[in-house]
Design a protein around this ligand. Sequence first.
Ligand code: FRU
Length: 480
Amino acid sequence: MFNQKKRVTRSDYERWRAGQDEAADRIAADPDRLLFHVEPELGWLNDPNGLVQVGDTYHIYHQYDPFDARHAGPVLWNHVTTKDFVTYENLGPALFPDSDLDSSGAYSGSAFMRDGKIHYFYTGNVKHFDRDDYDYVLTGREQNQIHMVTDNPDELGEKQLAIGPLDYPSDIGTHVRDPKVLEHDGVYYMVLGARTKDDRGCVLVFTSCDLESWAYATRIELDEKFGFMWECPDLFELDGELVLVCCPQGVPAEGWRYHNPHQCVWFRIEADWDVRSFKIADHGMPPMVDAGFDFYAPQSFEDAAGRRLMIGWVGCPDATVENPTVERGWQCALTVPRQLSMRNGKLCQWPARELEKLRGACVRVHAGEAAAEPGRLFDAVVSCSEAKTVELEIREGVTVRYADGMLTLDMGDEGYGRDVRSVELDELRDLRVLSDTTLVEVFANGGEAALTSRTYSPAVSTLELHAEGSAEMEFYRLAQ
Ligand code: FRU
Protein backbone atom coordinates (compact mmCIF):
# COMPACT_ATOMS: atom_id res chain seq x y z
CA MET A 1 0.00 0.00 0.00
CA PHE A 2 2.75 2.42 0.97
CA ASN A 3 5.84 2.20 -1.23
CA GLN A 4 8.60 4.35 -2.66
CA LYS A 5 6.55 5.02 -5.78
CA LYS A 6 4.14 7.24 -3.92
CA ARG A 7 4.64 10.20 -1.64
CA VAL A 8 3.37 9.96 1.92
CA THR A 9 1.74 13.01 3.50
CA ARG A 10 0.96 13.57 7.15
CA SER A 11 -2.72 12.97 6.47
CA ASP A 12 -1.98 9.66 4.63
CA TYR A 13 -0.06 8.57 7.70
CA GLU A 14 -2.71 9.73 10.15
CA ARG A 15 -5.47 7.97 8.27
CA TRP A 16 -3.46 4.75 8.32
CA ARG A 17 -2.39 5.16 11.97
CA ALA A 18 -6.03 5.51 13.09
CA GLY A 19 -6.44 1.80 12.33
CA GLN A 20 -3.33 0.67 14.20
CA ASP A 21 -4.22 1.16 17.89
CA GLU A 22 -4.71 -2.52 18.54
CA ALA A 23 -1.34 -3.44 17.00
CA ALA A 24 0.39 -0.60 18.87
CA ASP A 25 -1.11 -1.70 22.21
CA ARG A 26 -0.14 -5.33 21.62
CA ILE A 27 3.44 -4.34 20.70
CA ALA A 28 3.76 -1.97 23.69
CA ALA A 29 2.80 -4.82 26.04
CA ASP A 30 5.22 -7.37 24.54
CA PRO A 31 7.73 -8.70 27.10
CA ASP A 32 10.56 -8.31 24.56
CA ARG A 33 10.12 -4.52 24.38
CA LEU A 34 13.17 -2.64 25.61
CA LEU A 35 13.15 -0.75 28.90
CA PHE A 36 15.65 2.05 28.27
CA HIS A 37 16.26 2.12 24.52
CA VAL A 38 14.31 3.85 21.75
CA GLU A 39 12.49 1.46 19.43
CA PRO A 40 9.68 1.93 16.92
CA GLU A 41 6.08 2.05 18.06
CA LEU A 42 5.22 0.06 14.92
CA GLY A 43 7.27 -1.40 12.09
CA TRP A 44 10.87 -0.59 11.34
CA LEU A 45 13.46 1.90 12.63
CA ASN A 46 16.92 2.71 11.29
CA ASP A 47 19.45 5.57 11.59
CA PRO A 48 19.27 8.21 14.33
CA ASN A 49 18.77 11.66 12.77
CA GLY A 50 18.71 15.34 13.72
CA LEU A 51 20.13 14.97 17.24
CA VAL A 52 19.90 18.27 19.08
CA GLN A 53 19.41 19.64 22.57
CA VAL A 54 16.94 22.51 22.99
CA GLY A 55 16.69 23.84 26.55
CA ASP A 56 16.54 20.87 28.87
CA THR A 57 15.20 18.51 26.21
CA TYR A 58 17.06 16.23 23.84
CA HIS A 59 15.39 15.76 20.47
CA ILE A 60 16.08 12.51 18.70
CA TYR A 61 14.65 11.74 15.29
CA HIS A 62 15.11 8.49 13.44
CA GLN A 63 14.46 6.80 10.15
CA TYR A 64 11.06 5.15 10.41
CA ASP A 65 8.98 2.85 8.24
CA PRO A 66 5.91 2.34 10.42
CA PHE A 67 4.12 0.48 7.64
CA ASP A 68 6.36 -2.56 7.37
CA ALA A 69 8.59 -4.20 10.00
CA ARG A 70 10.71 -5.65 7.17
CA HIS A 71 11.12 -2.19 5.66
CA ALA A 72 9.74 -2.40 2.18
CA GLY A 73 8.08 0.98 2.36
CA PRO A 74 9.08 4.64 2.39
CA VAL A 75 10.98 6.20 5.28
CA LEU A 76 9.82 9.10 7.45
CA TRP A 77 11.52 10.84 10.34
CA ASN A 78 9.98 9.93 13.68
CA HIS A 79 10.53 12.24 16.67
CA VAL A 80 11.19 11.29 20.29
CA THR A 81 12.30 13.46 23.18
CA THR A 82 13.96 12.85 26.51
CA LYS A 83 15.28 14.91 29.37
CA ASP A 84 17.25 12.12 31.02
CA PHE A 85 18.04 9.34 28.47
CA VAL A 86 16.04 7.01 30.67
CA THR A 87 12.44 7.83 29.80
CA TYR A 88 11.41 8.89 26.32
CA GLU A 89 8.33 10.49 24.85
CA ASN A 90 7.29 9.43 21.37
CA LEU A 91 5.91 12.43 19.48
CA GLY A 92 5.29 10.51 16.25
CA PRO A 93 6.44 11.28 12.69
CA ALA A 94 7.78 14.79 12.08
CA LEU A 95 8.97 14.66 8.48
CA PHE A 96 7.26 13.01 5.53
CA PRO A 97 8.41 12.23 1.98
CA ASP A 98 5.67 14.44 0.58
CA SER A 99 7.41 16.69 -1.97
CA ASP A 100 9.14 16.53 -5.35
CA LEU A 101 12.48 16.77 -3.54
CA ASP A 102 12.02 13.65 -1.38
CA SER A 103 9.19 11.66 -2.96
CA SER A 104 10.79 8.22 -2.33
CA GLY A 105 11.98 8.78 1.22
CA ALA A 106 13.06 11.36 3.80
CA TYR A 107 16.51 9.86 4.24
CA SER A 108 19.03 10.54 6.99
CA GLY A 109 20.25 13.90 8.14
CA SER A 110 21.24 15.99 11.09
CA ALA A 111 20.56 19.18 13.02
CA PHE A 112 22.80 22.19 13.56
CA MET A 113 21.99 24.91 16.05
CA ARG A 114 22.93 28.53 15.29
CA ASP A 115 21.70 31.70 17.01
CA GLY A 116 18.73 29.92 18.56
CA LYS A 117 17.56 28.46 15.24
CA ILE A 118 17.74 24.80 14.35
CA HIS A 119 18.97 24.03 10.86
CA TYR A 120 18.05 20.54 9.71
CA PHE A 121 19.74 19.02 6.69
CA TYR A 122 18.60 15.70 5.26
CA THR A 123 18.60 13.77 2.04
CA GLY A 124 15.51 13.64 -0.12
CA ASN A 125 15.57 10.38 -2.03
CA VAL A 126 13.83 10.48 -5.40
CA LYS A 127 13.43 7.40 -7.56
CA HIS A 128 12.03 7.53 -11.05
CA PHE A 129 9.70 4.81 -12.25
CA ASP A 130 9.03 5.90 -15.82
CA ARG A 131 11.35 3.19 -17.24
CA ASP A 132 12.12 -0.34 -16.20
CA ASP A 133 15.86 -0.33 -16.97
CA TYR A 134 17.09 2.00 -14.21
CA ASP A 135 19.80 0.55 -11.97
CA TYR A 136 19.23 3.25 -9.31
CA VAL A 137 23.00 3.50 -8.88
CA LEU A 138 23.97 5.44 -12.00
CA THR A 139 20.48 6.09 -13.31
CA GLY A 140 16.91 6.58 -12.15
CA ARG A 141 17.68 8.24 -8.82
CA GLU A 142 18.31 11.73 -7.42
CA GLN A 143 19.50 12.52 -3.95
CA ASN A 144 18.82 16.09 -2.84
CA GLN A 145 20.26 17.71 0.26
CA ILE A 146 17.40 19.62 1.84
CA HIS A 147 17.60 22.44 4.38
CA MET A 148 14.89 23.40 6.87
CA VAL A 149 15.14 26.17 9.47
CA THR A 150 12.96 26.45 12.54
CA ASP A 151 12.97 27.48 16.15
CA ASN A 152 10.50 24.75 17.03
CA PRO A 153 11.79 21.16 16.95
CA ASP A 154 8.19 19.92 16.60
CA GLU A 155 7.75 21.71 13.25
CA LEU A 156 10.77 21.34 11.07
CA GLY A 157 10.15 24.19 8.65
CA GLU A 158 9.91 24.60 4.91
CA LYS A 159 11.97 22.31 2.66
CA GLN A 160 14.58 24.17 0.58
CA LEU A 161 17.03 22.55 -1.80
CA ALA A 162 20.56 23.22 -0.48
CA ILE A 163 22.65 20.96 -2.71
CA GLY A 164 21.37 18.94 -5.67
CA PRO A 165 22.65 16.46 -8.25
CA LEU A 166 24.08 19.22 -10.47
CA ASP A 167 26.38 20.28 -7.63
CA TYR A 168 28.14 16.94 -7.22
CA PRO A 169 31.54 16.26 -8.84
CA SER A 170 31.17 14.58 -12.23
CA ASP A 171 32.71 11.24 -11.19
CA ILE A 172 30.05 10.72 -8.52
CA GLY A 173 26.95 8.59 -9.23
CA THR A 174 23.47 9.11 -7.84
CA HIS A 175 24.24 8.02 -4.26
CA VAL A 176 25.10 11.13 -2.21
CA ARG A 177 23.51 11.44 1.19
CA ASP A 178 23.36 11.87 4.95
CA PRO A 179 24.50 15.49 5.51
CA LYS A 180 26.23 16.40 8.76
CA VAL A 181 27.58 19.88 9.55
CA LEU A 182 30.65 20.99 11.49
CA GLU A 183 31.58 24.61 12.19
CA HIS A 184 35.24 25.64 12.41
CA ASP A 185 36.42 29.26 12.65
CA GLY A 186 33.14 30.61 11.29
CA VAL A 187 33.05 28.31 8.26
CA TYR A 188 30.51 25.49 7.93
CA TYR A 189 31.64 22.17 6.58
CA MET A 190 29.04 19.67 5.37
CA VAL A 191 30.09 16.07 4.92
CA LEU A 192 28.10 13.79 2.60
CA GLY A 193 28.50 10.07 2.06
CA ALA A 194 29.07 9.20 -1.61
CA ARG A 195 29.69 6.50 -4.19
CA THR A 196 31.84 7.19 -7.24
CA LYS A 197 30.72 6.00 -10.66
CA ASP A 198 33.33 3.25 -10.36
CA ASP A 199 31.97 2.08 -7.01
CA ARG A 200 34.36 3.54 -4.47
CA GLY A 201 33.12 5.01 -1.24
CA CYS A 202 34.21 8.50 -0.19
CA VAL A 203 33.02 11.55 1.73
CA LEU A 204 32.32 14.83 -0.09
CA VAL A 205 32.96 18.08 1.78
CA PHE A 206 30.97 21.23 0.95
CA THR A 207 31.53 24.58 2.64
CA SER A 208 29.34 27.55 3.42
CA CYS A 209 29.55 30.83 5.30
CA ASP A 210 25.81 31.16 5.95
CA LEU A 211 24.38 27.60 5.94
CA GLU A 212 22.37 28.63 2.85
CA SER A 213 24.70 28.47 -0.13
CA TRP A 214 27.18 25.65 -0.38
CA ALA A 215 30.17 24.99 -2.60
CA TYR A 216 32.02 21.76 -3.17
CA ALA A 217 35.46 21.93 -1.50
CA THR A 218 37.12 18.54 -1.45
CA ARG A 219 36.65 14.89 -0.59
CA ILE A 220 37.95 12.49 2.02
CA GLU A 221 38.99 9.10 0.71
CA LEU A 222 41.49 6.29 1.05
CA ASP A 223 44.10 5.47 -1.61
CA GLU A 224 42.83 1.90 -1.83
CA LYS A 225 39.17 1.10 -2.37
CA PHE A 226 37.45 0.46 0.95
CA GLY A 227 33.83 -0.40 0.18
CA PHE A 228 31.63 0.84 -2.68
CA MET A 229 29.69 3.51 -0.77
CA TRP A 230 30.36 5.43 2.44
CA GLU A 231 27.16 6.24 4.31
CA CYS A 232 26.40 8.48 7.28
CA PRO A 233 29.64 10.46 7.69
CA ASP A 234 30.12 12.38 10.93
CA LEU A 235 33.06 14.81 11.20
CA PHE A 236 33.74 16.30 14.62
CA GLU A 237 36.46 17.68 16.85
CA LEU A 238 37.14 15.71 20.00
CA ASP A 239 39.86 16.19 22.60
CA GLY A 240 42.21 17.91 20.16
CA GLU A 241 41.66 15.51 17.25
CA LEU A 242 39.48 15.77 14.16
CA VAL A 243 37.55 12.51 13.79
CA LEU A 244 35.54 11.10 10.89
CA VAL A 245 33.10 8.29 11.62
CA CYS A 246 31.47 6.73 8.55
CA CYS A 247 29.89 3.56 7.27
CA PRO A 248 31.60 1.91 4.31
CA GLN A 249 29.40 -0.62 2.55
CA GLY A 250 30.59 -3.91 1.13
CA VAL A 251 34.00 -4.24 2.79
CA PRO A 252 35.19 -7.86 2.79
CA ALA A 253 35.94 -9.50 6.15
CA GLU A 254 39.57 -9.58 7.21
CA GLY A 255 40.61 -11.70 10.19
CA TRP A 256 38.34 -10.78 13.09
CA ARG A 257 37.32 -7.50 11.45
CA TYR A 258 34.46 -6.43 9.17
CA HIS A 259 32.16 -9.45 9.42
CA ASN A 260 28.86 -7.57 9.19
CA PRO A 261 27.44 -6.88 5.72
CA HIS A 262 28.40 -3.20 6.12
CA GLN A 263 30.82 -1.48 8.46
CA CYS A 264 31.10 1.47 10.77
CA VAL A 265 34.68 2.74 11.15
CA TRP A 266 36.50 5.88 12.28
CA PHE A 267 39.52 7.82 11.07
CA ARG A 268 41.75 10.52 12.52
CA ILE A 269 41.78 13.38 10.03
CA GLU A 270 44.62 15.81 9.40
CA ALA A 271 43.05 19.09 8.37
CA ASP A 272 44.56 22.08 6.67
CA TRP A 273 41.62 24.40 7.25
CA ASP A 274 43.14 27.26 5.22
CA VAL A 275 43.18 25.29 2.00
CA ARG A 276 40.28 23.05 3.03
CA SER A 277 42.17 19.82 2.80
CA PHE A 278 41.29 16.77 4.89
CA LYS A 279 43.51 13.71 4.84
CA ILE A 280 43.09 10.40 6.59
CA ALA A 281 45.98 10.38 9.06
CA ASP A 282 46.55 6.70 9.73
CA HIS A 283 47.40 3.81 7.45
CA GLY A 284 46.35 0.24 8.01
CA MET A 285 42.96 -1.28 8.64
CA PRO A 286 40.42 1.32 9.75
CA PRO A 287 39.28 0.67 13.33
CA MET A 288 35.68 -0.42 13.82
CA VAL A 289 33.50 1.78 16.01
CA ASP A 290 31.63 -1.25 17.38
CA ALA A 291 32.37 -4.88 16.62
CA GLY A 292 28.95 -6.34 17.52
CA PHE A 293 26.35 -7.79 15.15
CA ASP A 294 23.93 -4.89 15.36
CA PHE A 295 25.53 -1.49 15.00
CA TYR A 296 25.50 1.01 12.16
CA ALA A 297 24.94 4.65 11.14
CA PRO A 298 25.77 6.38 14.44
CA GLN A 299 25.42 10.14 14.77
CA SER A 300 26.96 12.40 17.39
CA PHE A 301 26.18 15.86 18.74
CA GLU A 302 27.51 18.11 21.45
CA ASP A 303 25.12 18.73 24.32
CA ALA A 304 24.84 21.84 26.51
CA ALA A 305 27.23 20.32 29.04
CA GLY A 306 29.88 20.02 26.31
CA ARG A 307 29.66 16.25 26.03
CA ARG A 308 29.94 14.65 22.61
CA LEU A 309 27.22 12.02 22.66
CA MET A 310 26.83 9.38 19.98
CA ILE A 311 23.76 7.26 19.30
CA GLY A 312 23.86 4.33 16.87
CA TRP A 313 21.30 2.26 15.05
CA VAL A 314 21.03 -1.23 16.55
CA GLY A 315 20.74 -2.92 13.18
CA CYS A 316 22.56 -3.15 9.87
CA PRO A 317 21.44 -2.74 6.24
CA ASP A 318 21.21 -5.99 4.25
CA ALA A 319 21.41 -7.85 7.54
CA THR A 320 21.74 -11.61 7.45
CA VAL A 321 20.81 -11.81 11.13
CA GLU A 322 17.15 -11.74 12.12
CA ASN A 323 14.89 -10.42 14.84
CA PRO A 324 11.97 -12.66 15.83
CA THR A 325 9.92 -9.58 16.79
CA VAL A 326 9.30 -8.96 13.07
CA GLU A 327 6.50 -11.52 13.27
CA ARG A 328 5.00 -9.44 16.08
CA GLY A 329 5.18 -6.22 14.11
CA TRP A 330 8.40 -4.38 14.87
CA GLN A 331 12.20 -4.52 14.83
CA CYS A 332 15.41 -2.52 15.50
CA ALA A 333 16.34 0.11 18.10
CA LEU A 334 18.78 2.88 18.92
CA THR A 335 21.76 2.40 21.25
CA VAL A 336 21.95 4.28 24.50
CA PRO A 337 23.75 7.62 24.07
CA ARG A 338 27.47 7.07 24.47
CA GLN A 339 29.83 9.80 25.58
CA LEU A 340 32.85 9.94 23.29
CA SER A 341 36.45 10.72 24.18
CA MET A 342 39.87 10.24 22.59
CA ARG A 343 42.29 8.39 24.85
CA ASN A 344 45.75 7.26 23.74
CA GLY A 345 44.76 7.66 20.11
CA LYS A 346 41.61 5.56 20.54
CA LEU A 347 37.99 6.59 20.14
CA CYS A 348 36.32 5.57 23.39
CA GLN A 349 32.58 5.36 24.10
CA TRP A 350 30.86 5.09 27.45
CA PRO A 351 27.14 5.03 28.26
CA ALA A 352 25.91 8.49 29.30
CA ARG A 353 26.04 8.73 33.08
CA GLU A 354 22.25 9.29 33.23
CA LEU A 355 21.81 5.55 32.63
CA GLU A 356 23.22 4.92 36.12
CA LYS A 357 19.94 6.27 37.52
CA LEU A 358 18.39 2.93 36.55
CA ARG A 359 20.68 1.03 38.91
CA GLY A 360 19.39 -0.69 42.03
CA ALA A 361 21.62 -1.74 44.92
CA CYS A 362 25.18 -2.77 44.14
CA VAL A 363 26.01 -6.46 44.59
CA ARG A 364 29.76 -7.19 44.74
CA VAL A 365 30.85 -10.46 43.20
CA HIS A 366 34.39 -11.91 43.19
CA ALA A 367 35.76 -14.37 40.64
CA GLY A 368 34.21 -17.78 41.34
CA GLU A 369 31.05 -16.20 42.79
CA ALA A 370 27.70 -15.33 41.20
CA ALA A 371 24.89 -12.81 41.28
CA ALA A 372 21.60 -14.66 41.75
CA GLU A 373 18.64 -14.19 39.39
CA PRO A 374 20.15 -11.37 37.34
CA GLY A 375 17.17 -11.28 34.98
CA ARG A 376 17.63 -9.54 31.63
CA LEU A 377 17.87 -5.97 32.95
CA PHE A 378 21.26 -5.34 34.48
CA ASP A 379 24.47 -3.36 34.39
CA ALA A 380 27.56 -5.42 35.28
CA VAL A 381 30.96 -3.77 35.64
CA VAL A 382 33.94 -6.08 35.97
CA SER A 383 37.40 -4.86 37.06
CA CYS A 384 39.95 -7.38 35.99
CA SER A 385 43.38 -5.88 35.43
CA GLU A 386 45.05 -8.90 37.03
CA ALA A 387 43.11 -11.63 35.20
CA LYS A 388 44.42 -13.72 32.29
CA THR A 389 40.97 -14.92 31.30
CA VAL A 390 37.50 -13.71 32.21
CA GLU A 391 34.11 -15.19 31.33
CA LEU A 392 30.51 -14.21 31.97
CA GLU A 393 27.44 -16.08 30.72
CA ILE A 394 25.00 -13.20 30.24
CA ARG A 395 22.07 -15.23 28.80
CA GLU A 396 21.59 -18.97 28.44
CA GLY A 397 24.38 -20.00 26.05
CA VAL A 398 25.50 -16.38 25.44
CA THR A 399 28.95 -15.53 26.79
CA VAL A 400 31.42 -12.68 26.91
CA ARG A 401 34.91 -14.12 27.18
CA TYR A 402 38.42 -12.70 27.24
CA ALA A 403 41.24 -15.14 26.52
CA ASP A 404 44.44 -15.12 24.47
CA GLY A 405 44.20 -11.44 23.68
CA MET A 406 40.69 -11.67 22.18
CA LEU A 407 37.42 -10.42 23.62
CA THR A 408 34.65 -12.61 22.22
CA LEU A 409 30.89 -12.32 22.25
CA ASP A 410 29.45 -15.76 21.58
CA MET A 411 25.70 -15.79 20.91
CA GLY A 412 25.20 -19.52 21.45
CA ASP A 413 22.74 -21.57 19.39
CA GLU A 414 19.83 -19.16 19.35
CA GLY A 415 21.31 -15.99 17.93
CA TYR A 416 18.97 -15.79 14.91
CA GLY A 417 22.00 -15.86 12.64
CA ARG A 418 24.35 -14.25 15.15
CA ASP A 419 27.25 -16.51 16.01
CA VAL A 420 30.57 -15.12 17.26
CA ARG A 421 32.26 -11.71 17.10
CA SER A 422 35.69 -10.89 18.51
CA VAL A 423 37.93 -7.90 19.08
CA GLU A 424 41.68 -8.02 19.63
CA LEU A 425 42.75 -6.44 22.95
CA ASP A 426 46.29 -6.55 24.36
CA GLU A 427 44.86 -6.72 27.84
CA LEU A 428 41.49 -6.55 29.54
CA ARG A 429 41.32 -4.02 32.36
CA ASP A 430 37.58 -3.75 32.70
CA LEU A 431 34.39 -4.94 31.11
CA ARG A 432 30.87 -3.56 31.24
CA VAL A 433 27.71 -5.31 30.09
CA LEU A 434 24.68 -3.05 29.85
CA SER A 435 21.76 -5.38 29.33
CA ASP A 436 18.19 -4.53 28.31
CA THR A 437 15.53 -7.21 27.70
CA THR A 438 16.75 -8.24 24.23
CA LEU A 439 19.79 -6.04 23.66
CA VAL A 440 23.29 -6.08 25.14
CA GLU A 441 25.92 -3.38 24.84
CA VAL A 442 29.39 -4.57 25.89
CA PHE A 443 32.25 -2.15 26.57
CA ALA A 444 35.88 -3.03 27.35
CA ASN A 445 38.78 -1.01 28.71
CA GLY A 446 36.78 2.09 29.50
CA GLY A 447 35.06 1.94 26.11
CA GLU A 448 38.08 1.37 23.83
CA ALA A 449 36.08 -1.50 22.36
CA ALA A 450 32.32 -1.97 22.08
CA LEU A 451 30.12 -4.82 20.90
CA THR A 452 26.38 -4.29 20.45
CA SER A 453 24.02 -7.16 19.79
CA ARG A 454 20.41 -8.24 20.02
CA THR A 455 19.85 -11.44 21.98
CA TYR A 456 16.62 -13.38 22.34
CA SER A 457 17.97 -16.08 24.69
CA PRO A 458 16.44 -16.47 28.17
CA ALA A 459 18.01 -15.02 31.31
CA VAL A 460 20.49 -17.16 33.23
CA SER A 461 19.57 -18.14 36.78
CA THR A 462 22.94 -16.98 38.13
CA LEU A 463 25.45 -14.56 36.61
CA GLU A 464 28.77 -16.24 37.39
CA LEU A 465 32.07 -14.44 37.16
CA HIS A 466 34.80 -16.84 36.04
CA ALA A 467 38.39 -15.62 35.88
CA GLU A 468 41.92 -16.90 35.91
CA GLY A 469 43.42 -14.36 38.28
CA SER A 470 41.67 -11.74 40.29
CA ALA A 471 38.50 -10.04 39.07
CA GLU A 472 35.61 -8.33 40.75
CA MET A 473 32.15 -7.41 39.49
CA GLU A 474 29.77 -4.67 40.57
CA PHE A 475 26.35 -5.95 39.60
CA TYR A 476 23.21 -3.80 39.46
CA ARG A 477 19.66 -4.77 38.48
CA LEU A 478 18.00 -2.05 36.42
CA ALA A 479 14.48 -0.69 36.74
CA GLN A 480 12.64 2.52 35.88
C1 FRU B 1 21.95 4.03 6.37
C2 FRU B 1 21.05 4.56 5.27
C3 FRU B 1 21.41 5.99 4.91
C4 FRU B 1 20.13 6.50 4.32
C5 FRU B 1 19.10 5.84 5.19
C6 FRU B 1 17.82 5.47 4.46
O1 FRU B 1 21.36 3.01 7.10
O2 FRU B 1 21.10 3.72 4.13
O3 FRU B 1 22.51 6.11 4.05
O4 FRU B 1 20.05 7.89 4.39
O5 FRU B 1 19.71 4.65 5.68
O6 FRU B 1 16.90 4.94 5.36
